[in-house]
Write a protein that binds this ligand. Structure first.
Ligand SMILES: [Zn+2]
Length: 258
């Protein structure tokens, strides 16, 4: 991996455990392996920058856990795996977080927004508007009570954008209308592309199979190839978001990537 030593302000990347649920394997890879069950982890990423802490996604909406249970999804999510509890293991409080980059607003990514009235919430404009007015087939994934905080400090962006040196969002939509991935440039580990749900599992990347849950399949495929192209050009690695085997291989908090 390439080393970036010049202008990144990113110092560390922590992978926090946001619990897991069980899904049919065909949810991970469109049309593949129906009838098999798989554990689906929910990572929450924390980035320590020179001046503060930034979250990439906020994990499950705790109020949704009974719904997950009633759907037979066997949630393994306790208070230590949702915000604010998940930060406490690092001795951090919600007030230590100045910015939250939201990949998209599904209930397993936007669940902690409620705890951050003072942080900047960075999301794509198309995602924000769709999340409040989804089509019927997407309604189950967006829970309005998790995201409808109009007085919070939303920063709606439109497309690819550098948030700060070393942290850049790129549009990777298809799973949802405004999904954004995050490119993290670390001083020693090099470039990591956090794909969020544009790539659920490694197989989405390696075989260019789209995830089983998509708003627009063609865009979903374009986003996979876009992130692969960026990884090649930047000499980086794409991190799939809900891959149990990949998850097991990751360095977990309090350990971290530098
Ligand atoms: Zn997800």
């Amino acid at each position: 991996m390439s080393k970036r030593t010049n202008d990144t302000v990113v110092e560390r990347l922590y992978v926090l455990d946001g619990g897991s649920i069980e899904l049919d394997k065909s949810s991970m890879t469109f049309g593949h392996d129906p009838g098999q069950k798989v554990r689906v982890p929910t990572p929450i990423y924390l980035i320590k920058t020179r001046d503060d802490f930034v979250l990439f996604d906020t994990g499950w909406y705790p109020q949704a856990i009974p719904i997950l249970e009633s759907m037979g999804l066997k949630p393994a999510i306790d208070q230590s795996r949702v915000l604010p509890g998940v930060l406490q293991s690092l001795g951090l409080d919600v007030r230590d977080i100045s910015k939250i980059i939201l990949s998209h607003l599904h209930a397993d990514h936007a669940g902690g927004i409620q705890y951050f009235p003072d942080a900047e919430l960075i999301v794509q404009k198309d995602e924000y508007s769709y999340a409040l007015h989804p089509h019927s087939f997407s309604q189950l994934a967006y829970l309005r009570s998790a995201i409808d905080f109009p007085s919070f400090k939303w920063r709606l962006i439109d497309g690819d954008q550098e948030i700060m040196p070393g942290l850049t969002v790129v549009l990777a939509n298809g799973h949802t209308p405004g999904l954004q991935a995050l490119i993290v440039e670390l001083p020693e580990a090099g470039t990591i592309i956090l794909a969020s749900d544009s790539c659920y599992v490694k197989r989405n990347i390696e075989e260019e199979v789209i995830p089983g849950i998509v708003w627009n399949p063609t865009l979903a495929l374009h986003s996979i190839t876009k992130l692969k192209t960026l990884a090649k050009l930047l000499n980086g690695t794409v991190y799939p978001n809900h891959d149990i085997e990949f998850w097991d291989s990751l360095r977990k908090s309090p350990d971290h990537y530098r």
